[in-house]
Design a protein around this ligand. Structure first.
Ligand SMILES: Cc1cc2nc3c(=O)[nH]c(=O)nc-3n(C[C@H](O)[C@H](O)[C@H](O)COP(=O)(O)OP(=O)(O)OC[C@H]3O[C@@H](n4cnc5c(N)ncnc54)[C@H](O)[C@@H]3O)c2cc1C
Length: 443
């Protein structure tokens, strides 16, 4: 069966759904292909920092999550090697400290919030992409043929690969395979039906070779993680009982009892064990992440280690910028057949250095925080030296508190003409961000 679509997004994760929504906000319809039969959110929860909230606001959905989840104002970081405890404050933005800065949400809730804003049937489930081919049309523009596992072939004008760290689209574009950081993460959600009784916040523990922590999501659920250099001898990632035992008896055995008490209450269905992968920063800086009208976003373009909690946040940024580039280029459509290609090229150039620095910064932060692996090599000693002297109040503003990435003087999407005649944007209250003066603003 052959189907024609204007814009196809591969992958219904954070990047894919946010891109579909951002495109909708500027009046373009798209089709999202997701290989799973439903929205899947491995990893249970994630922390969204200020830049993600700017993006969610621009998507018009931040209020839905903020009404359910509470901001976190501080994190306590204990250096288990020295016993030092530092307090890291991270509420609000530079301009407005009252605004949401850091909030941990259920991944599923984020995906559902994005998906419910899309027109029905936007997401085509059980649709796994298996190969891509390019075809030149009579008017000398290109179309892309997407072959799906179920035998369907989709002919599309624009393809946006949001298919995660092992992206088939990134591979087709010629990007290198992600690298292993040599570190692994175990994660889970502990559930306390009667309430956990802890104050809302984050606690982290650093020791040579290990970083662990937990964050309260609400009064009954706590998300925890352990990041370690040691891989497991056997692959027990699909056996939650054995994995939990491994965390309790091995990976977290030297962590404070408070942490182990939480781990014991883990809902086994939420446990996961994953390698931490990243794309080499030089590969992102110099790759060709766009070919004709095919490009990539999210982990497909810039997989990074989770040490700055920026993978999902920067995927949300990608979505807004991609939609902005397309909407701003659209007026050229009548006299420039290459306008879409140019728009995607501009998107890649706008994102390239931003995400290169995030990937490099995340890797470096992880290396320092975990004392370079904790072995006796000179570089591990250097990493520990840095870690033990660095102020916990790390200046993360460079990475997260930059509304200019999302906003322009004409709002997050720039000035645009809606393609479908639908109201371009916006129904939510976005006070506190005077820079975001939206086109056709109502409130
Ligand atoms: C341990 C850990 C902790 C993290 N913590 C945070 C955090 O606190 N904050 C944060 O912002 N980020 C965090 N991240 C990073 C974050 O999880 C990712 O950056 C984010 O999920 C990327 O979203 P994505 O949509 O690009 O990719 P994914 O979430 O991987 O989504 C890709 C989608 O594409 C689909 N797909 C794949 N291949 C195909 C195909 N061939 N055909 C059709 N569909 C396909 C998949 O099924 C999936 O639904 C963390 C990552 C890890 C590993």
């Amino acid at each position: 069966m052959m189907i024609e679509e204007e814009i196809v997004i591969i992958g219904g994760g954070i990047a894919g759904l946010a891109t579909a929504l951002a495109l909708k906000r500027v009046g373009f319809q798209s089709r999202v292909l997701e290989r799973n039969p439903e929205l899947r959110a491995g990893g249970t929860a994630l922390t969204l920092l200020t830049n993600a909230w700017f993006a969610l606001r621009a998507l018009g959905v931040d209020h839905k999550l903020k009404s359910v989840y509470q901001p976190i104002n501080k994190s306590l970081v204990t250096n288990l090697d020295t016993g030092a405890v530092q307090e890291l404050g991270f509420s609000g933005t530079k301009e407005n400290r009252e605004d949401a800065g850091v909030i941990t949400v259920h991944r599923k809730a984020l995906l559902e919030t994005l998906a419910e804003e899309l027109p029905p049937d936007t997401i085509r489930f059980s649709s796994k992409l298996i190969s891509i081919k390019s075809e030149t049309l009579k008017d000398s523009t290109k179309a892309t043929l997407l072959h799906l596992e179920d035998g369907t072939v989709i002919k599309s004008k624009v393809v946006i690969g949001c298919d995660g760290v092992h992206s088939a689209v990134a591979q087709w574009l010629g990007l290198s395979q992600p690298l292993s950081s040599g570190r692994w993460a175990a994660r889970g959600l502990a559930v306390f039906p009667e309430g956990h009784g802890l104050n809302h916040g984050v606690k982290q523990y650093l020791s040579a070779g290990t970083r662990a922590g937990f964050v309260t999501i609400n009064s009954k659920e706590i998300y925890w993680f352990v990041v370690t250099y040691s891989s497991l001898e056997k692959d027990i990632s699909t056996n939650p009982e054995l994995l939990l035992e491994e965390v309790e008896k091995n990976l977290a055995k030297d962590l404070p009892s408070e942490f182990l008490t939480i781990v014991k209450e883990t809902d086994l269905s939420t446990l996961s064990w994953v390698p931490l992968l990243f794309r080499a920063p030089w590969n992102i800086a110099f790759c060709k992440a766009q070919n004709g009208c095919v490009t990539i976003a999210g982990d497909a373009m810039h997989p990074m280690t989770p040490d700055l909690a920026q993978g999902g946040c920067s995927a949300l940024e990608d979505a807004i910028i991609l939609a902005r580039c397309i909407s701003q280029a659209h007026p050229m459509a009548t006299n420039d057949k290459q306008w879409l290609e140019k728009a995607l090229k501009r998107y890649v150039e706008e994102r390239r250095w931003r995400v290169t620095w995030l990937v490099a910064g995340a890797w470096l932060a992880g290396w320092v925080q975990q004392g370079g692996g904790g072995d006796q090599q000179w570089w591990s000693g250097m990493a520990r030296w840095f870690r033990d002297r660095i102020e916990s109040d790390l200046e993360l503003d460079w990475a997260i508190d930059i509304p200019e990435i999302i906003g322009t003087e004409h709002g997050p999407y720039g000035q645009f003409q809606s393609q479908t005649g639908e109201e371009p944007f916006i129904t939510v209250n976005h006070q506190g961000y005077p820079k975001f003066i939206f086109f056709n603003e109502k409130d």
